[in-house]
Design a binder for this molecule. Structure first.
Ligand code: GLC
Length: 546
């Protein structure tokens, strides 16, 4: 598949579209919205996990890789989705969670039974240390230690994420074989590729040694020991040889904390990786603290990746996903200019080199949902952190809810805003999760008919990407490295040049346009065009033939 030429739309199935009124999105709901997606102009959908799961981590805790959670529908529904998507030239990319399963997966139940059962080494088991302490002092990503005791084996099992998600042991040959069969099964069913969840965690530090604990953390940072371990590429090469090379499938792996060198190594195994450097720029104190983004720092970050990958590999372009807050909140876009800000952010990112990923609702400029009580929060990570910090008196309830609403992943997982009717047209039932209060203003029905909407701007961006080759192959140069208000960059190949200018401020900023006199204006998110300044959040795209 020509993955460098596609635009991918990410669907969070629980919140996309409910077809049967149970309050949860489903496969037939997705089918009913394929025309919408086709109209937007995307080429592929990536759907977050829908496999059988106790849903402790919203589907990322799989208990059976071969069938779907009842709320999503049946394998036949999925066949229909494949057929209808392919009819519209839309590829279907499934999320594949190969680093861990649910504790309820039959493999784990078997493995936990004894030290000598056939699946005993399918997970990572260790004895307590001589002094009775845990095998290592590493902390799990979703709170607590990375080890949980199992009475049957009198041992601990290892988990990178929560204690409901035991890590699979890729050192086991029989396990690997089974995982490869899972992938083959779905490819043969007709899926076009995979988003490989947490794929850089499949090989751990073999020394199993302790790390440094930095208060207020109670455990050592697991990234140091479980991410990008020594055998990650060996394992992925096997996956490639046994599965990927045999088919025309696309793969994008989630590989947080990767460097350019890591990314170039992954490029030998799989097509693309997601790295999140630019999505850490507003991180402040833990948990979920936020600071203003320094635009100069942001430029450096994009420059590093755009130049570092140029001619060698290929970037993913993303502002949002189901693990991130909404981008308009990340940049603290002034709500009076929300749509201008959302458009400005779209042209800033999506005219760079790489494959664009758009997360459901982002094309409307949807903002974060605010939570008034922890009962409204449907996410294990936010839930655990809330209790950790509030119960111990370290943060007040109000402060923690503010932080969760502002910066946690729970805030972007809420229902898609289809129209101004009850529950934003997402369901006739009771939605599983809070609906954004802005739904009467921000919704698909309003935006699709408004030529100046954020939706129609996204549509134009996709059209421009498909039309101008320089966006595909041009080099990348930042033209105003010292400017902390405006970001101007050029994309240039031997035939043409594109200039993208974006004002990141909610005020007019003076700007010298004299270098762009012989360019043609392709895109402007405002009606006005002033010769000496940029309007609040104005973004302009210029083009010229060389
Ligand atoms: C990935 C997913 C995230 C999930 C975690 C554990 O980071 O994107 O949603 O919680 O893996 O599977």
């Amino acid at each position: 598949m020509d993955y460098k030429r596609i635009t991918v739309y990410q669907i969070y199935p629980q919140s996309f579209m409910d077809s049967n009124g149970d309050g949860v999105g489903d496969i037939l709901g997705i089918v009913s919205k394929l025309d919408y997606l086709q109209y937007l102009g995307i080429d592929a959908i990536w759907i977050c996990p829908m496999y059988k799961s106790p849903n402790k981590d919203n589907g990322y805790d799989v208990s059976d890789y071969y069938s779907f959670q009842t709320c999503y529908g049946t394998n036949e529904n999925f066949d229909l989705l494949l057929k209808e998507a392919h009819k519209r030239n839309i590829k279907v990319i499934m999320d594949l969670v190969l680093n861990h399963t649910s504790v309820e997966h039959e493999w784990f139940l078997e493995s936990a039974k004894s030290k000598d059962n056939p699946k005993s080494d399918w997970y990572i088991w260790k004895d307590a240390r001589k002094d009775g302490s845990l095998p290592t002092n590493w902390g799990a990503m979703f709170g607590g230690p990375a080890w949980t005791y199992c009475k049957e084996r009198n041992q601990y099992f290892f988990h990178t994420f929560s204690n409901f998600q035991p890590d699979l042991n890729w050192e086991s040959e029989s396990l690997k074989k089974e995982l490869f069969s899972v992938a083959k099964y779905w490819i043969e069913k007709g899926v076009d590729g995979f988003r490989l969840d947490a794929i850089n965690f499949i090989s751990k530090d073999p020394t199993w040694s302790d790390g440094i604990i930095y208060p207020p953390q109670q455990y050592a940072n697991i990234y140091e020991f479980a991410a990008n371990g020594p055998k990650v590429h060996t394992f992925l090469q096997e996956f490639k040889k046994e599965v990927l090379d045999k088919y025309d499938v696309f793969t994008v792996g989630e590989a947080s904390s990767s460097t350019i060198d890591d990314a170039l190594e992954f490029a030998k195994d799989i097509n693309l990786i997601f790295e999140f450097d630019h999505l850490c720029l507003d991180n402040a104190d833990w948990p979920y603290g936020q600071k203003d983004i320094d635009i100069i720092e942001m430029k450096k970050c994009f420059e590093k990746w755009q130049k570092g990958m140029f001619g060698k590999s290929w970037n993913t372009l993303l502002w949002e996903n189901h693990d991130q807050p909404r981008v308009v909140n990340r940049f603290r876009i002034n709500p009076s200019y929300r749509s201008d800000g959302a458009k400005m952010l779209a042209s800033t990112l999506y005219l760079m080199q790489g494959t664009p990923f758009i997360y459901q609702g982002q094309e409307l400029g949807v903002d974060n949902v605010s939570f008034n009580s922890i009962d409204e929060v449907r996410d294990i990570e936010a839930f655990n952190l809330y209790h950790n910090f509030v119960d111990s008196g370290k943060l007040t309830k109000e402060e923690m809810l503010f932080r969760i609403s502002n910066k946690s992943r729970a805030t972007s997982r809420c229902p898609m805003l289809w129209n101004g009717n009850q529950n934003a047209g997402f369901t006739n039932g009771r939605p599983w999760c809070k609906v954004n209060e802005n739904y009467k203003i921000i919704n698909v029905e309003n935006q699709i008919v408004d030529p100046d909407s954020t939706f129609n701007f996204y549509k134009k961006i996709i059209e421009i990407r498909n039309k101008y080759d320089v966006i595909f192959d041009g080099d990348f140069t930042v033209l105003d490295r010292e400017n902390n208000d405006v970001f101007t960059y050029s994309r240039k190949d031997n035939k043409s040049e594109i200039i993208v200018i974006s004002n990141f401020r909610d005020r007019n900023i003076s700007y010298d346009f004299s270098n762009f006199n012989n360019f043609k204006l392709l895109l402007n998110n405002k009606k006005e065009l002033n010769s000496s300044e940029l309007a609040p959040y104005q973004t302009l795209v210029y083009f010229r033939n060389l």
